[in-house]
Design a protein. Structure first.
Length: 152
């Protein structure tokens, strides 16, 4: 009987422990009316620790500077600059940043992404979601995979 109680206790205690805490940032590239947009979600604590700032000091300027230093985007083999237009802190846990690459006149045939964001965080992944040309593609990037290229 004692073994049954012990096993039951261990089982029920594990129900209240998170299965995993995987540090992830998402980058979502979309296009509408020839304008290419970028939506990003970061973990607030991981981001502020990476910049060695307080969570209350996260703002549009330091998010833009961090992304400029740690990401590069190419459409049709041309470097594409993006501008962060909005930064919000969600539920004191996440940063939601919205940005735009602006208007791209040509049909996008190739995309290349270089991304080293938060690679200093153990087990961190950057998930790149690309919804272009009526196709949706997802890629996981991490410390050992910092570049992806795709052809439409």
């Amino acid at each position: 009987m004692k073994i049954l109680v012990l096993i039951s206790t261990i089982f029920f205690m594990n129900l209240f422990i998170p299965v995993h805490d995987v540090p992830v940032a998402t980058f979502h590239i979309t296009a509408a009316d020839a304008v290419v947009n970028l939506d990003i979600t970061f973990d607030l604590e991981d981001f502020s620790e990476s910049l060695d700032i307080k969570t209350t000091e996260v703002n549009l300027k330091n998010v833009q500077a961090y992304l400029d230093e740690n990401t590069s985007f190419y459409f049709n083999d041309q470097a594409a600059n993006f501008k962060i237009t909005e930064v919000k802190i969600l539920r004191d846990h996440h940063i939601k940043a919205k940005g735009t690459f602006g208007r791209l006149e040509k049909n996008i045939k190739t995309v290349k992404v270089e991304n080293t964001c938060l690679n200093n965080v153990a087990r961190h992944s950057n998930v790149i979601q690309i919804d272009l040309n009526d196709q949706s593609k997802d890629y996981r990037m991490h410390k050992k995979r910092t570049v992806i290229s795709l052809v439409y």
